[in-house]
Write a protein that binds this ligand. Sequence first.
Ligand SMILES: Nc1ncnc2c1ncn2[C@@H]1O[C@H](COP(=O)(O)OP(=O)(O)OP(=O)(O)O)[C@@H](O)[C@H]1O
Length: 943
Amino acid sequence: MEAKSPSECPNTVTVRRNPHRRARPTPSASINPNPNAQNPNMKREISSFPIQDILAMEIPQKNPPEPPAPATSEDLKVYLRIRPIVTLKPNTKDQKIFRQRQKNAWPQNPSSKNNSANVKKNNTTTTTSSSNEVCIDVNDSHSVTLSPPASLQDSKRIKSEVYEGFSHVFASDSTQNEVFEKMVKPLVDDFLNGKSGLLAALGPSGSGKTHTVFGTPREPGMVHLALKQIFKEAQQCGSKLTREFKVSVFEIYSDRGKGEKISDLSPDGGDLSMQQATIKGLQEVAISSAAQAESLIACAMLKRTTAMTNTNSQSSRSQCIINIHSFVRDPDVEPNNAVLTIVDLAGAEREKRTGNQGSRLIESNFINNTSMVFGLCLRSLLEHQSNPKKPLKMHFKNSMLTRYLRDYLEGKRRMTLILTVKPGEHDYSDTSYLLRQASPFMKIKFTNVEEPSMFLNKRNIEMLPRVEQAKKMKCSGRYAKTEEGKSVRDEHPLLPKVTKRIYTSDSVCAALVKPDSIDLPRERNHQVMQNFAKALWNVLKQYKEKLMVAEREIQGLNEIIGNEKTRYFKLEKELKDFKSYCSCSMENSTVSTLVNIDTKSKALDPRCHNDFEPGNDQDVFAEAPECNTTQKFDGTPGHDQNIIFEIEESAHFLNLKASECDGSPRKDREATPKKCDSTPIQDQNVIYEIKEKDHFLNLKAFECDGSPRKDQGATKKYDYTLGHDQHVFSQIKEKDHFLNLKASECNGSPRKDQCATKKCDYTLGHDQNVFFQIEEKDHFLNLKAPECNGSPKKDRGATKNCDYTTGNDQYVFSQTEEHVHSLNRRASECDGSPKKYQDVVTKKSLDPSVSPKDVASIQKCNLDVPESELLSDSSCKPLNVLKPKRRLLPASSTLLRDIPLGIEDESEKPKGNRGAKKSAADETKRTQGSISLLRLLQSNLHV
Ligand SMILES: Nc1ncnc2c1ncn2[C@@H]1O[C@H](COP(=O)(O)OP(=O)(O)OP(=O)(O)O)[C@@H](O)[C@H]1O
């Protein structure tokens, strides 16, 4: 067997119901290139923003971007200065105080009195070599030897220690200028070159930190010398100063144990606050000369918090910070803004030695804590640099000073330390502790690349000069505005034509500013921005026009929607009017139909005019079409069309019936409001069935072969359930139709209807079912009327075959109708006077003594209608609606010609075969049902 592939299978047909879909364009190309094709209103297409063109045009790639400068590391510079041993002249007041302090000093070294040979004489004081013994010896300019006192060497076997690696060791006889030249002057030079730096003085209390930083009027300190050098350098650059310097001085102190506070030491300064690493409200005093700077520093020193302790007559009780800011005035000059920070820390002190108590003791704790945190930060940095796995601990958070100096303490900026020690043997512990703690800091390295976060540091930006702020903001990509409201972009480094100097070592900003973008001509940049602005303006303009067009279109659509709504309401109103018109026309048609019926019935039989009596029975018969008509407009709107159609159709049949009917229109009108409580859902079905029945009956009317037994049998099949209005109405209409047929066929007497009408007064709640029975009987009788050969007993026997189990009343009606039927039949067959016949029959029927045979004999005597007359109209033609006078008598008469004998035989045979018992039972039934009703009929007939 050959394996067929699915594609070769002829029976497999793949039908694609939907056409192939086109691949969707990419999101970038999903924009309709020609929106005007779909929307003619969109006449203009928005052009894309020519950002690519602008960028391609404006950025020349002349020089490749320079690689970032290699990171050069620089060790932390640590200087050591040994304070000279200060001895006061005897016989002076100060000497007494000094001696008192010496008593309180710790540790006391008794042997120090005899060891004063190694202490150099101080220029400013008179030395007494007998009481001073030094513990530190200067080996060279970079190392010292710390020798413990003899007492400690003997007891604790402490040996001398050599500390080396210092940037420079300033002996006790070193001058301020020497310190400045070797330590501060390089910082100043870097500062003038735009490098920021920090100089911090560490040491125990009274070791000469303040003396080194601020000095005295005779020996000015590093601040004065630096400022002097700065202005000296600035003046050497030219007659006109291209830079501006500002100095800010503040201190961090302990407010009697309430915490750290910041105070501005400038003449107009006050208390400051610190947020994160930013000091708020710090004043920067612009200075233009060294003398002005000295005056400012002098004022600051007067405001600084100091106190006398056992170790220092004027001990500093706060951390003092001096910032010298450099600003560039000329924009053409290279922005080398930098800040030189000098910190005079309060010296750590021992409680036993200082003898502090109370607030001084609190200040001492604060001072020691700050010094400890400062040392911990540097140690953590050292450990982190030695072993990068060790995280950099956040010791800086523990004090304001370390928070302010965070960048320096994290190795992001260059810092210089100067350690001041006292050479006395009683100062061995403090000196030893300081050297052990601070000497490792010499291994700390600072890189010349600062972290990007450095530029985002608000404190740094605020503290830096304006040009440097702009530079750093540019580096961070932010175009903020300065306090003066000037756009940073105005001072952006991209704009200057030529940069005179480029930082290469320290400032990261300089490295970032340095790339090729800084070499772009200003005009080119201006052109780029101008083109960019023009393109952006055009695009926005086009979008605006498009938006206006869209708004107009939306407005037009809204107007169209409004018109459509108005039109919809008009149509809806017309529909409602049409519905109401249909209902009215239906009523009118019904009324007119009934009026026609009434008129025609009167015309057909003038006698009924005199004998006609409106009754409830006729009202009920008229309910069926009327209720249907009324209920249709109470139903759901969605079925209006069908309902209307049915109304028309029903009306048509009603007209047909009206043309044929000899009923009473007036009764129909009266019955209309009585029954309209059927559910709307059933209305449609009801109407349909009614029509169907009508139609079927009409067809039967055309094709009737005159066999009343068939109709009777068909009628019996219906299940007449009480409460089912729909079914009942259909039956009613069906019967009504047959009544109409009867009316058209019969030239009968209105007495029959009248009799039937009277029966309905005694339905006792079973009106519908009873009416049906009445109609069925009427129908049956009517059909038989033209066919009957005047044998009432036969019909009556046929009628008895019906199984009336709905109630006694119903049975009574059937019996009554049977009698009425017999009378009608005779009326249609006889050309005699119906009134006389009616009187006779009524009297005979109401008289229980009269036997059926007597009645039949009476009927036979009256049946003298010639057959030829009946056969003359025997042609069975379609029922003409417009010709209500048409008679079906000829067809019925044709049937009568064939059936009479059979009917008589069939009616008589079963009667005879059933025997006496059954006949007796029938007689009993007839008697029970008919007696009471016949009495009522009799009374009504007499009305
Ligand atoms: N190198 C020096 N030459 C001469 N005198 C000095 C020197 N260093 C310090 N002194 C003197 O020593 C005394 C104490 O000095 P200083 O106040 O500077 O110490 P300190 O370290 O600042 O103390 P504290 O931490 O308590 O403020 C001062 O009277 C000062 O004049």
